[in-house]
Design a protein around this ligand. Structure first.
Ligand SMILES: Nc1ncnc2c1ncn2[C@@H]1O[C@H](COP(=O)(O)OP(=O)(O)OP(=O)(O)O)[C@@H](O)[C@H]1O
Ligand SMILES: [Mg+2]
Length: 266
């Protein structure tokens, strides 16, 4: 009898804004789907950038992840969307809408508010090999929901001084969540928006390598204009510019993430 590997639920967390979280979720998701994996993307950010990155217009949606946060037991049918980027696998999306911004305030006094996403995903996780979550740039309620629902956290890390500053608070939050969610492990650190021309980038990279050792993925995502253009076309880089350096870097990263699963789950 074949034993199914548990669904890997991965949050990409970094409270520092603009460090490549959404770009990483969209592109790793598309490559994993291209490798035959069944992937669900979850957009937890009211900016809805992930939703846009796979060609869905958030302003035209009548349902989104916001509905699920209010009613986590209602099931994802009617909210989950299938994208045309599934290749040999599947690339689905739970989209965000702009009104997600008010949900956090509404849920402030809600009992069990940290576990809402976990409840949502418990109803659909068996249909997927990977669920990739894109939280907003903060360590607030949505990021905590993402971490509570996850088996892994991957930290996108831009080689800036401010990213080092943010790391202490992030590690503190991870320790607090790991106390409640015992499944959560650090799945890796991915260097994003890397510009090796700056000596500061290389110095910060050395610091991160010392801190995280083999958890730092070999694939560094360098600056590449095609990666910045692709969301405007509503396509992952695999479909927008598959021969670009950014595409090669994300393909390698997706392979590393797949490979690391064998170490984690045998
Ligand atoms: N490797 C790259 N090369 C060039 N541009 C990039 C690269 N990665 C991301 N970008 C661009 O940088 C900007 C920030 O990236 P992205 O939206 O992925 O970051 P984020 O961490 O999700 O931001 P936020 O914190 O606002 O959610 C975007 O305009 C994106 O297109
Ligand atoms: Mg983002």
């Amino acid at each position: 009898m074949e034993i199914k590997t548990p669904t890997r639920i991965i949050s990409f967390v970094q409270q520092k804004g603009g460090c490549g979280k959404t770009t990483t979720v969209a592109n790793v998701g598309a490559y994993l789907a291209g490798m035959g994996q069944r992937v669900l993307l979850v957009d937890l950010d009211s900016q809805a950038n992930l939703t846009q990155s796979v060609g869905v217009r958030a302003e035209e949606l009548s349902h989104s992840v916001a509905d699920l946060m209010y009613k986590p037991d209602q099931g994802v049918e009617g909210i989950v969307l299938t994208t045309p980027f599934g290749a040999t696998g599947q690339l689905d999306l739970i989209p965000a809408s702009l009104d997600l911004a008010v949900v956090e305030a509404d849920l402030l006094n809600h009992y069990g508010k940290e576990w809402l996403l976990d409840e949502v995903l418990s109803g659909c996780r068996d249909k997927y090999d990977f669920i990739l979550i894109d939280p907003p740039p903060s360590l607030g309620l949505f990021t905590v929901n993402a971490l509570m629902a996850s088996t892994e956290v991957i930290i996108p890390f831009q080689c800036h001084i401010f990213s080092i500053t943010a790391l202490g608070q992030l590690q503190k939050t991870l320790r607090l969540v790991q106390h409640k969610n015992k499944r959560l492990q650090v799945g890796g650190v991915v260097i994003t928006l890397y510009d090796g021309r700056y000596s500061l980038s290389r110095t910060v990279l050395d610091t991160i390598s010392e801190l995280f050792g083999p958890l730092v993925f070999d694939s560094k995502i360098g600056l590449n204009s095609k990666l910045a253009e692709a969301p405007g076309a509503g396509k992952p880089i695999l479909y927008y510019a598959p021969g670009s350096p950014g595409a090669r870097a994300y393909k390698k990263l997706a392979l590393e993430i797949l490979e690391r699963g064998k170490q984690f789950y045998g």
